[in-house]
Write a protein that binds this ligand. Structure first.
Ligand SMILES: [Zn+2]
Length: 246
C-alpha cells in the first residue's frame, strides 16, 4: 500500500513535468526545486489497527498534498502504533514550561524515526473554562534554524489530536508552522502585504487563521518551499528539479 502511494505521487510529479514546459514561453521559464518530504505518523495510545483512523490519516496527507500542490510533495513513509499515551493539552502545557522534551521523550523514544516529519497523534480534551479543545501544536526554533538538522529529531515533530484529523485543516495549518509560517495576527501590516494578505477577507480565508482556512497565498507557498530547502533538506526523500514558469 505504501509503495503504491509513493508511486502514484511520483507519477503525479512526472505528469506535471511533462505538462509544464509547454505552458509558457521560453524566456519565462526557470529551474525550480521541488522538495519531496517524508512523513511518518504515530498513533499513540493505540495498539491495534483502527481502520477509520487509518483512512483519515491517508485523507489528511492527500489534502496536505493538495494544499501544497506545485510546491512541496509529502510522501507517507511509515505508520506506527504505540500503546504509550499522553493528552495533547498536557503535553502543550509542559512545552510552555520548557519541559516538553522531558514529558514527551520517554513515551516516543523507542519508536521515533529520523529523516522525516514525525506526526504524533494523541487524544485531547476541553480544558476547564474553554469550549474548544487543543487540536495541534508544532515545536519550533524562532532563530538559528540551521540547528534543525543538528537537533534532529527534536524539532521534526507535529503534535496533533486524533480529533484534528476530522477537519482536514489542522495538519495543513501545523505544516505551515513547521515550514516557518506565523498566524496573520502575529504579523505587521507590511509582512502581511508581502505575503499577499491585503484584506481581512484574505486573512480569514488563510490556512494560518482559525477561520474557514481554505488557502495559502502564492507568497506563503514560495516562502515555505524556500524554508524547506534552506533548513529542512535532511527530511527530504529527494528534490525534484523542474523547468517551470518563473
Ligand atoms: Zn497555529
Amino acid at each position: 500500500m505504501r509503495k503504491w502511494i509513493s508511486m502514484s505521487l511520483i507519477l503525479a510529479v512526472v505528469i506535471s513535468l511533462a505538462i509544464l514546459p509547454g505552458t509558457a514561453h521560453e524566456e519565462e521559464m526557470e529551474f525550480k526545486e521541488l522538495p519531496v518530504m517524508n512523513v511518518n505518523v504515530y498513533m499513540m495510545g493505540r495498539d491495534k489497527v483502527d481502520e477509520d483512523i487509518t483512512v483519515k490519516i491517508f485523507e489528511n496527507i492527500e489534502n496536505l498534498n493538495k494544499a501544497f500542490q506545485g510546491e512541496i510533495t509529502f510522501v507517507f513513509d511509515e505508520l506506527f502504533m504505540d500503546p504509550n499515551h499522553a493528552f495533547l493539552p498536557d503535553l502543550y502545557q509542559s512545552y510552555r514550561h520548557n519541559a516538553g522534551e522531558a514529558s514527551l521523550q520517554p513515551i516516543i523514544k523507542d519508536i521515533e524515526k529520523t529523516g522525516g516529519i514525525n506526526i504524533f497523534l494523541f487524544d485531547t480534551y476541553n480544558e476547564p473554562g474553554k469550549n474548544v479543545a487543543l487540536m495541534g501544536f508544532t515545536p519550533m526554533l524562532s532563530a538559528r534554524q540551521n540547528n534543525y538538522a543538528t537537533s534532529a529529531p527534536q524539532f521534526d515533530r507535529i503534535l496533533m489530536a486524533y480529533d484534528g484529523l476530522e477537519d482536514s485543516k489542522t495538519l495543513v495549518h501545523e505544516m505551515g508552522h513547521f515550514l516557518g509560517l506565523k498566524h496573520p495576527w502575529e504579523l505587521t501590516i507590511l509582512q502581511k502585504i508581502s505575503l499577499g494578505m491585503r484584506s481581512a477577507h484574505d486573512e480569514d480565508n488563510n490556512h494560518m487563521s482559525y477561520g474557514s482556512q481554505n488557502q495559502f497565498t502564492q507568497q506563503q507557498l514560495r516562502n515555505m518551499r524556500k524554508y524547506a530547502l534552506d533548513y529542512r533538506q535532511y527530511l527530504m526523500d529527494s528534490v525534484v528539479r523542474v523547468y517551470a514558469r518563473a
